[in-house]
Design a protein around this ligand. Structure first.
Ligand SMILES: *[C@@H]1O[C@H](CO)[C@@H](O)[C@H](O)[C@H]1NC(C)=O
Ligand SMILES: *[C@@H]1O[C@H](CO)[C@@H](O)[C@H](O)[C@H]1NC(C)=O
Length: 237
């Protein structure tokens, strides 16, 4: 009986850990998300651990986008210059941290950061809530299928990197380029920069690493009208 109770307690604490696990995009829908905001896909493929980190300082848990693709379905269309009323599913907010929003037009090979909120991102959240965290698509963003990713390094707790990838369509300039910096990928395995807990680091949140991010320009080829029609059909079924 005692060992049954102990086993149940371990199980329960495991569930508690899972259910409080950290953060994810809710909207736009993250890959393999099961939120009501998401296309309803193959239920056997749902990621029930979607709020868990992509890695920590010691270990890489998954590729940056976790999954190679989204469920098939309608991708949200965002206009260049538009502010998106994005929401986060927050299990544990870890006293906030540093957010970098990045776009990839080549399926995650190259990322360009288009918005930062360092140190204070989600710092006024609390555990177990849906949190509103808007981002603005740059006015000069090229048109095309893209991934929006929110990279997040937490201020408190295990030294982790969170990464939430949403497949979207950008409606902007037909053919063009977008410039910014490459995201800082920290606390993602031993080969990446280490950002210490904010209190232990005396308030240092890795600012020198953020300041040293490399500039990048991503160029997206012009699409012919026929190709654009085909693309939007493919994206909407
Ligand atoms: C995107 O990359 C993943 C691997 O990360 C691959 O499995 C998938 O097929 C790629 N998708 C496209 C549309 O190229
Ligand atoms: C943004 O989303 C939040 C959470 O769903 C909601 O409370 C808020 O009213 C929305 N704001 C706008 C401008 O739509």
């Amino acid at each position: 009986m005692k060992s049954f109770v102990a086993a149940a307690a371990i199980l329960l604490s495991g569930f508690a850990l899972l259910s409080e696990a950290h953060i994810s995009f809710r909207y736009p829908c993250p890959r393999r998300g099961s939120y009501s905001e998401c296309p309803q896909g193959d239920w056997s493929l749902i990621d029930y651990d979607i709020r868990s980190p992509a890695g920590n300082h010691g270990t890489v848990n998954s590729p940056i986008c976790k999954w190679p693709s989204s469920f098939p379905g309608v991708r949200p269309v965002f206009k260049a210059g538009q502010t998106i009323n994005a929401t986060m599913d927050i299990g544990a907010y870890h006293k906030g941290g540093s957010c970098q929003w990045a776009l990839s037009y080549d399926n995650g090979t190259n990322w360009v950061v288009f918005q930062d909120k360092l140190l204070t991102c989600m710092g006024d959240a609390s555990n177990g809530i849906t949190y509103s965290l808007p981002f603005t698509i740059p006015a000069n963003a090229p048109s095309g299928s893209a991934i929006v990713n929110l990279f997040w390094n937490n201020n408190e707790g295990n030294r982790e990197l969170y990464s939430s990838c949403a497949d979207v369509v950008i409606q902007g300039t037909n053919g063009g380029s977008i410039s910014g910096v490459e995201p800082l990928i920290a606390n993602y395995g031993p080969n990446t920069p280490f950002i210490q807990e904010l209190v232990l680091a005396g308030g240092n949140y890795g600012q020198s690493y953020f300041a040293a991010r490399k500039p990048i320009t991503v160029t997206v080829p012009k699409q012919s009208p026929a190709k654009r029609r085909l693309r939007s059909r493919m994206d909407s079924n």
